[in-house]
Design a protein around this ligand. Structure first.
Ligand SMILES: Nc1ncnc2c1ncn2[C@@H]1O[C@H](COP(=O)(O)OP(=O)(O)OP(=O)(O)O)[C@@H](O)[C@H]1O
Length: 265
């Protein structure tokens, strides 16, 4: 992937911590993502990666620390408010509405870009129509970009698993994010589906220059797509660097990449 155009952080996480009872799930985490940058967050099971995502996206309130998006503090904001600020996320399991069609699922994401006032008398019928028309165009564009166009009227639950995962990414993209957080987008995908996911992320970034932060166990995908990688172990960051640096870091090899259950290369 080409390098991001600027090093000005879009997302900055400072001293982020989360304690569940006696368990320190995330400990004093600092990370940043620049505009147009693709960053990976990796580590063994239970390292705190999903918890970090939940803290950043507003699903969980941190015990300590700050999350700053474009210079504005979004720590502890409700997920819907965080989405409106430009940070969207997907979940480990596919988070599509199974009985809704592909188009309806995308509309769900795209409608969140309209101000709440669009449904009230504060806006004119003409303004409301214009907003809804823009949303419909957006959905058409994403159907085209994601390659899901032929499945527009298919119930999401009827899609192959790989397509459901792509739809999850596309729903996140439909919220017009500045940064998209993807939780294990390649989990359960075969080689060709992983390649398709990579191509989709390339297209989305080329189209609108968004940043991506993703958690992934599939190392081939991580090493190919990321500009930089952070490694978490037991809630603590143990390394950060380029894919090449991470792959040859002795601490990372010992704690994760060289572990016996590591079988994702
Ligand atoms: N809501 C919760 N209540 C209590 N403990 C939790 C909660 N959520 C996560 N944990 C614990 O926090 C630790 C970090 O979990 P987390 O799911 O963030 O790890 P992870 O790196 O995403 O793991 P995986 O790769 O398996 O998804 C684990 O020990 C987990 O059991």
């Amino acid at each position: 992937m080409t390098n991001p155009t600027t090093s000005q952080p879009l997302l900055e996480v400072r001293g982020l911590s989360k304690r569940f009872g006696g368990l320190q799930a995330v400990s004093d985490l600092d990370l940043h993502v620049a505009r147009d940058e693709v960053v990976g967050l990796i580590g063994p099971n239970g390292a705190g990666k999903s918890t970090a995502f939940n803290l950043i996206s507003g699903t969980l309130i941190p015990t300590a620390g700050r999350v700053v998006l474009e210079g504005g503090d979004i720590t502890g904001m409700a997920p819907s408010a965080v989405v409106r600020r430009g940070l969207a996320r997907t979940f480990q399991s596919t988070s599509v509405y199974q009985s809704a069609t592909v188009e309806q699922n995308l509309l769900r994401g795209a409608l969140s870009t309209l101000p709440g006032s669009v449904w009230t008398h504060a806006v004119t019928t003409r303004e409301r129509r214009a907003g809804l028309l823009r949303v419909a165009r957006e959905v058409d564009e994403i159907l085209e970009l994601s390659g899901l166009g032929p499945y527009r009227h298919v119930a999401a639950g009827g899609l192959a698993y790989g397509h459901q995962k792509l739809l999850g990414v596309a729903i996140g993209f439909a919220t017009r994010p500045k940064i998209l957080l993807l939780d294990e987008p390649a989990a359960g995908l075969n080689g060709e589906e992983c390649a398709e996911l990579g191509r989709l992320l390339q297209r989305l970034r080329a189209h609108r220059g968004i940043s991506v932060l993703f958690v992934e166990h599939h190392m081939a995908v991580v090493m190919e797509l990321c500009h930089r990688i952070y490694v978490l172990v037991q809630g603590r960051k143990i390394a950060e660097g380029t894919p090449r640096e991470i792959q040859s870091d002795p601490a990372v090899i010992e704690a994760y990449l060289g572990a016996p259950d590591y079988a994702h290369a």
